[in-house]
Write a protein that binds this ligand. Structure first.
Ligand SMILES: Cc1ncc(COP(=O)(O)O)c(C=O)c1O
Length: 373
């Protein structure tokens, strides 16, 4: 097979538009010079509507996990009682990270193919008034489940706990309304719906979260908010950032802005619905029920899933992700976030239906849905 054109249909990193990639090859600039002092705040300012906040966005050179660590390092001191909502691999990451920082970790486990139940979270919080921070995952990329963060924030009621949300695989593809929903910290990264290469993480803190951060007793340096705040006064990052990725993000944001956020979200919902419709037409089982189906990734149960994926990758050049945890070897995950179109979903479905020897079944169903949309 022709190996030079790959369809990357995994839940991140995602394909990067050519004009975004091209910007990464722009000549380097002084990160303390006038060009970057103009670009840096301008790019971060444009992330605010995507975060749904008026608060400052902090940028860290590192992957999404660096953003998660920036949240934990600034809010969790040794012994801080925290509640981690764990329904997948990335919920486990919050739990493990909080443990590494010496928190007193309460873990509320929910099934890996379902969303966290806001009522259960509310009850748990009532029983544990001492909890200071809740860590949740908006879109569990490992299970293709999207959590209802607005409902989880409401379930908190007037409990004191801050709500920290991993929006790494949702932000820019799914609405995130940090201020309106009452989220205290949102974490995201460059390589998913934001259509840039991996390597930048973004974190926003509410005023209340910032006050807590000032009092945190954790050892930290690279992620210390107060250092970022000091440099922000002169429009500079504290440390040399990945400047090429900031160029890339500038370009990627222009694409998102030209499409308009509401259209971006509608495109992601349509891609989800097309994939689900096609999969159903083939008689395959979807991992997740309609109510919490992620608009950015879909899990499908397949016999010998890893072999199935490998066959599709080698024969058709379409790359799907495999399962994690209890779903290892049992599912494929189809990424549909960022630089992806409904037409790309037909390519993905075509590779699946041909592998199953059922040409036209999934694609026809998905096309019909698209035509009706
Ligand atoms: C939901 C979620 N959280 C966190 C991460 C971690 O991000 P990274 O691998 O960039 O550190 C990922 C990456 O796949 C993710 O999907």
């Amino acid at each position: 097979m022709f190996r030079y054109k790959q369809e990357l249909r995994i839940p991140g990193p995602t394909p990067v538009p050519p004009q975004v990639l091209a910007r990464t090859s722009a000549p380097m600039v002084n990160h303390r010079g006038s060009a970057f002092k103009e670009l840096y705040p301008r790019v971060l300012e444009r992330l605010k509507p995507i975060f749904g906040t008026v608060e400052q966005i902090y940028m860290v050179t590192g992957s999404g996990t660096a953003g998660m660590e920036m949240a934990v390092a600034n809010l969790v001191s040794p012994g801080t009682p925290v509640l981690c909502l764990v329904g997948g691999f990335f919920g486990q990451r919050w739990r493990d990270m909080c443990r590494a920082f010496g928190a007193e970790v309460h873990e509320l486990v929910y099934p890996w193919d379902k969303a966290a139940d806001p009522a259960r979270v509310g009850e748990y919080l009532k029983e544990h008034p001492e909890i200071e921070v809740i860590f949740a995952t908006h879109n569990e990329s490992s299970t293709a489940v999207i959590n209802d963060i607005e409902a989880l924030a409401k379930a908190r009621g007037d409990h004191q706990a801050l709500l920290v949300v991993d929006a790494v695989s949702s932000l820019g593809g799914v609405p995130v309304k940090m201020d309106e929903w009452g989220i205290d910290v949102v974490v995201s990264a460059s390589q998913k719906c934001l259509m840039a290469p991996p390597g930048l993480a973004f974190v926003s803190f509410s005023r209340r979260a910032k006050e807590v951060a000032l009092k945190a007793r954790t050892s930290r340096y690279y992620f210390d908010l107060s250092i970022y705040d000091r440099y922000w006064e002169r429009n500079e990052p504290p440390f040399t950032p990945n400047i090429s990725l900031v160029f890339a993000l500038d370009e990627a944001l222009q694409i998102l802005e030209a499409e308009g956020l509401e259209n971006v979200f509608a495109r992601h919902r349509l891609m989800r619905d097309m994939v689900r419709e096609g999969v159903r037409a083939l008689g395959l089982e979807l991992l997740v029920a309609e109510t919490y189906a992620s608009p950015t990734v879909t899990g499908v149960k397949v016999d010998d899933a890893d072999q199935f994926r490998q066959h599709i990758r080698l024969k058709y050049g379409v790359e799907f992700a495999g399962g994690q945890g209890p779903f290892a070897g049992k599912i494929i995950r189809i990424g549909h976030m960022g630089y992806a179109t409904p037409l790309d979903m037909l390519t993905a479905l075509a590779a699946i239906e041909m592998t199953l020897g059922r040409p036209g079944i999934a694609t026809a169903a998905a096309e019909r849905l698209w035509l009706e949309a």
